[in-house]
Design a protein around this ligand. Structure first.
Ligand SMILES: [Fe+2]
Ligand SMILES: [Fe+2]
Length: 253
């Protein structure tokens, strides 16, 4: 398991290579299937996440440990790099960049109220669906450059899910078992709502990438379950380390 200092370093130094040269011309069918979705995701990845980062800075001050906030700052820059890469590809293929979109606004509005834990939960929900989206886009296009971008982003997104799960584990480890169960149910409901929105808005790109509705739902909830297992494992690990430290302290006292 990485420390948050390691995560910051990972995000700071992660610069996957892309060979930008391409003569491929999108077919009309392909353009119709992917344009709207890629515009919305490109916009979503461009967020500066000001309210999330302000909450993270506050959290770090309270705990006198800036490592998590620093890692989140670098994580946001990595998401912005994804946006830049998608934007550059869209420019090459004359797909206009969006200034705003209601779907992106919904996720931003959901992230604002509540504390850092709520914001990270909403973010993790978006990351889970992003994984399926970039898989669909990877198989739904014949553009070599877009395939490279999607492959790189998919590798990054897998790490993002692990990073966000580790971030949430900090909060979960301070909750009682029943509170954790309640949060689990609320997060599952949030994912259920978000998957409906994403599927019905972008089903053309999912279908062109070989996804059916049931495959999309199954995959989203599998990633969710894996993330929950990671969170629980990290909480247990933290508790075990704490009890070992306490036992050692008692012995030396
Ligand atoms: Fe991303
Ligand atoms: Fe991400």
């Amino acid at each position: 398991m990485k420390t948050f200092e390691n995560w910051a370093l990972h995000f700071k130094t992660n610069r996957p290579y892309i060979h930008w040269k391409e003569n491929y011309v999108l077919t009309e069918k392909e353009r119709r299937a992917i344009t709207k979705a890629i515009q919305v995701f490109q916009k979503g990845e461009s967020s500066e996440a000001r309210s999330l980062l302000a909450k993270a800075d506050n959290f770090s001050k309270q705990r006198n440990d800036k490592s998590y906030a620093e890692a989140l700052h670098h994580f946001v820059k990595e998401e912005n790099r994804h946006s830049e890469e998608l934007g550059k590809w869209m420019d090459m293929h004359q797909i206009p960049r969006l200034k705003s979109h209601w779907e992106d606004s919904i996720f931003r509005i959901l992230r604002k109220p509540g504390g850092l834990e709520v914001s990270v939960s909403v973010l993790l929900t978006a990351e889970i669906m992003a994984s399926s989206f970039y898989h669909a886009l990877l198989y739904g296009t014949r553009s070599g450059v877009l395939k490279q971008i999607c492959t790189n982003i998919l590798i990054d997104e897998e790490q993002h899910i692990l990073f966000q799960s580790q971030g949430l584990a900090q909060f979960y480890s301070e909750r009682s078992a029943w509170k954790r169960e309640c949060i689990h149910v609320l997060r599952a409901l949030l994912l259920l709502g978000a998957t409906q929105l994403v599927w019905f808005s972008h089903r053309s790109v999912f279908k062109s990438g070989g996804y059916s509705y049931s495959r999309f739902m199954q995959e989203s909830f599998q990633i969710f379950a894996k993330s929950m297992h990671q969170i629980e494992w990290m909480c247990e690990r933290k508790k075990t380390r704490l009890s070992v430290l306490l036992t050692e302290n008692n012995r030396t006292a």
